[in-house]
Structure formats: structure tokens, C-alpha cells
Design a protein around this ligand. Structure first.
Ligand code: ZN
Length: 95
């Protein structure tokens, strides 16, 4: 996969725009979940990541170094959540 092709800002959407999809998948609000970039160790809330729509999926990138933090691809039968670019994703306690 060409990692640079989706840097086209025309495809860029706000991370909060994918909040609804994330909430569907995880069953909770994920916009305030904190991610640590595996590349540069920058920590950012998921709602603050750069989100790109690419083909059937969504790509979330680090706002500091632009590395891919996570990819979400939905098929007819499953959701693939690839978060290999995150050292961790920290979810707050449920209120
Ligand atoms: Zn980074």
C-alpha cells in the first residue's frame, strides 16, 4: 500500500467525523480516548487525529508526524481495526 497517497488533504476529514463509526464499533465514545503514536510518542485524543477516507476504510494519522495510527475497514461481515501504529490507546473509566 502506498502510504503517501492518502495524504491528499481533499480526502481529509476531522477525527470527530468518524466518532460515530468508532462509537458503533466500540460501543462507547472514543473521541477522548488517548492514543500514543508508536513512531514519535506523541499523545493525542482520537478526535484530534487526522482522519482520511480511503476506499472502503478510514485512516487515522498522527497529527505530529503523520504516521498511520490506525485503520478501520468495514466489510459486509466484519470490521477490521488495525491499530499497529499506536503504542497504546487509553480508554478512560466508564462513567
Ligand atoms: Zn507520530
Amino acid at each position: 500500500m502506498d502510504d503517501d497517497a492518502d495524504m491528499n488533504t481533499a480526502l481529509m476529514i476531522d477525527g470527530n467525523a468518524v466518532a460515530g463509526r468508532l462509537e458503533d464499533i466500540f460501543g462507547r465514545d472514543m473521541t477522548t480516548a488517548v492514543t500514543r503514536c508508536a513512531g514519535c510518542a506523541n499523545q493525542a485524543e482520537m478526535g484530534a487525529l487526522m482522519a482520511f477516507v480511503r476506499g472502503p476504510g478510514i485512516v487515522l494519522r498522527c497529527p505530529s508526524c503523520q504516521a498511520v495510527i490506525a485503520r478501520i475497514v468495514e466489510t459486509a461481515t466484519a470490521v477490521y481495526f488495525d491499530a499497529r501504529g499506536a503504542a497504546f490507546i487509553r480508554l478512560g473509566a466508564r462513567s
